[in-house]
Design a protein around this ligand. Sequence first.
Ligand SMILES: Nc1nc2c(ncn2[C@@H]2O[C@H](COP(=O)(O)OP(=O)(O)O)[C@@H](O)[C@H]2O)c(=O)[nH]1
Ligand SMILES: [Mg+2]
Length: 401
Amino acid sequence: MRVKRYVVNALPEAVSLIRSELGKDAVILNTKEIKVGGFMGMFRKKKMEVIAAIETNQANAPVQPQRAVNSQVDAAVEQILQTVQRTTATAVMDPPQPTAVDKEKLRNEREQFIIDEIRDLREYMVTLTKKQKQDSGMTEHLLALKEHLTEQEMDMQWIERLLQELLDKQEEEGISFNEEQVWERAFIQLEAWLKPYSGSGISNHVKVVHFVGPTGVGKTTTIAKLAAEQTIKHGKKVGFITSDTYRIAAVDQLRTYANILNVPLEVVFSQMDLPRAFKQLEERELIYMDTAGRNFRSELHVSEVNSLLQTTEPSETVLVLSMTGKTRDMAAVADHFCKYGVQKVLFTKLDETSVYGAIFNLIMNFELLPTYMASGQTVPDDIESFKVESYIRQLLRSNAS
Ligand SMILES: Nc1nc2c(ncn2[C@@H]2O[C@H](COP(=O)(O)OP(=O)(O)O)[C@@H](O)[C@H]2O)c(=O)[nH]1
Ligand SMILES: [Mg+2]
């Protein structure tokens, strides 16, 4: 048996196709209305799907009346075919010449088709207008801002919030911001969000500052930079403790800076050594403690380093993160340290990137207080206090590509 599917506008069209292709003995097995084509669910056309069949030995040989019934399957098919034939095939087997009634029916069908088309079109226009109204505020300037911040790897949820704020402002003021206004307003909004976290630096009142963070982010270098500033500029008596005994070179690195700056250094191998070290540095006004970097995406290592941060003196812990790290890894590390109460963050290697969104994400998502930004290997020059305005300027102006 040969089965063929036709998609036509109306049944008569199928009938003539079936007759010319499958012969006059073909039967219609099924007809149904379907919708085809279209665009986003709109403009779909109503069509008719017609399934027709002919016994294989009859195809291309419409004159041969006999059908071979060779198997049980064929017998079953034969039975179905006959039933279908009796109920639906009359028109196919012997298609009548179109009568006045048929012509009328055809005209009605066409009219209905056109009416349906128009209704679909109208529905589409309504949806389109609604969408346009929603999007009307999204000017090319706002889209440019969105693209820029996406390239800066700012979290999409913050980008969307910022755009919504600007759209609301546009509506309130009844204007559409020009390019300059868009960037100006973005600046103002970002500043308003970041302001509460600014200006904290490292507290002047604490005696002990712990520096924690992944390997190689620049903890030791940063300690040297800050210690130089404190001893040379502010004449403070600084002391160092390091628990980074993981690598001999790490102790030597800090010892070198300690010698240059004339700062005493204590090495601790475990929590038990801490009281002795603090006793040795009793005279010091400020103690910077260096820790070993580990894989801090593992919470175990975070709790391990945390056990070394115990002190009876007023202290604070600064999480050091490098801008060369992946945004997602930085967030995972920040997440773990925040669980242990770390509130401050210091960003390094700003000189090695042109993508700054991570800073905004970390501050806003973890409520971390930014302290300093380091942008180079030179001790003590390449570090400066975190300033909201200059950071936002950098974020908005930077060309990521
Ligand atoms: N480009 C650049 N390199 C830095 C910066 N801070 C530190 N480094 C370098 O990063 C490397 C690791 O620094 P180190 O202080 O030993 O990292 P630690 O393992 O966290 O103590 C060294 O080569 C530093 O010179 C920075 O702000 N910019
Ligand atoms: Mg180090």
